[in-house]
Design a protein around this ligand. Structure first.
Ligand SMILES: Nc1ncnc2c1ncn2[C@@H]1O[C@H](COP(=O)(O)OP(=O)(O)OP(=O)(O)O)[C@@H](O)[C@H]1O
Length: 217
């Protein structure tokens, strides 16, 4: 489903975040990306979602070379990816339900249908009953669940999450990992980036380890 072919990424300013990276991820796999802060985890996720382009090499997603797609094509592709951002990107002037409905409204769903699907996603992440709450009144773990509901509301085939449990206590962090596991078990390809490898240990899934932009075993 995803293939990195000798990918390097140098940001404007000259810093090389990824160095000659090659790996593949199969459809339906759940995979972790581990590495210290600055190792290049977010850059991998941004390349997969077409937010940044490789400086060298190729990134393939569903047999499409992302470097060859124009903005419209990338926009269409992104509708099939659920992204849980490191910085949440929640809208605090809208309630829980409206936050989850937003991606569907943007892609043209009519209000009733968007609301129905948003309620299903909210239920899946365990936030039923909080639909009308302001995101600011939710705990850190609940806000993260809300981000996940928003990422999965359009039933993406690929779900990617950048440090989804970074600011949570261990028990809440493991809860969030369990939630990703349920989406994986339902057939979604899931990629989770985190610096804390101990959160990944119990799952037996493949771990891509990064150090200073390179893979290490
Ligand atoms: N837009 C940018 N411009 C310049 N340098 C950048 C940019 N984005 C990231 N970098 C640099 O690239 C390196 C890798 O960043 P990246 O965000 O991929 O790491 P990370 O492993 O996800 O770290 P963190 O967990 O702290 O987000 C870092 O040194 C970072 O400062």
């Amino acid at each position: 489903m995803i293939r990195f072919e000798q990918v390097s990424k140098t940001y404007p300013g000259g810093f090389t975040a990824l160095k000659n990276l090659s790996f593949s991820i199969n459809k339906g796999e759940m995979i972790f990306i581990a590495g210290h802060s600055g190792a290049g985890k977010s850059t991998i996720l941004k390349l997969i979602s077409g937010i940044v382009k490789p400086t060298k090499g190729k990134v393939w997603l569903n047999n499409q070379d992302l470097g060859r797609l124009n903005d419209n094509q990338l926009g269409y592709l992104r509708q099939h990816i659920g992204i849980v951002f490191q910085d949440h990107k929640l809208l605090f002037d809208r309630n829980v339900l409206q936050n989850v409905m937003l991606p569907l409204r943007i892609t043209g769903y009519e209000r009733k249908q968007a609301e129905r699907r948003a309620r299903v996603a909210i239920e899946k992440v365990g936030l039923s009953g909080r639909e009308l709450a302001d995101p600011v009144t939710l705990s850190g773990g609940e806000q993260q669940r809300l981000c996940i509901a928003r990422a999965v509301v359009h039933q993406p085939g690929l779900l990617i999450a950048d440090e989804p449990s970074a600011n949570l206590d261990r028990a809440y962090a493991l809860d969030i990992m369990e939630l990703f596991k349920t989406f994986h078990e339902a057939g979604t390809t899931v990629m989770v980036a985190a610096h804390d490898e101990t959160l990944m240990a119990d799952y037996g899934h493949r771990i891509i380890r990064l150090q200073e932009g390179r893979l290490y075993a």
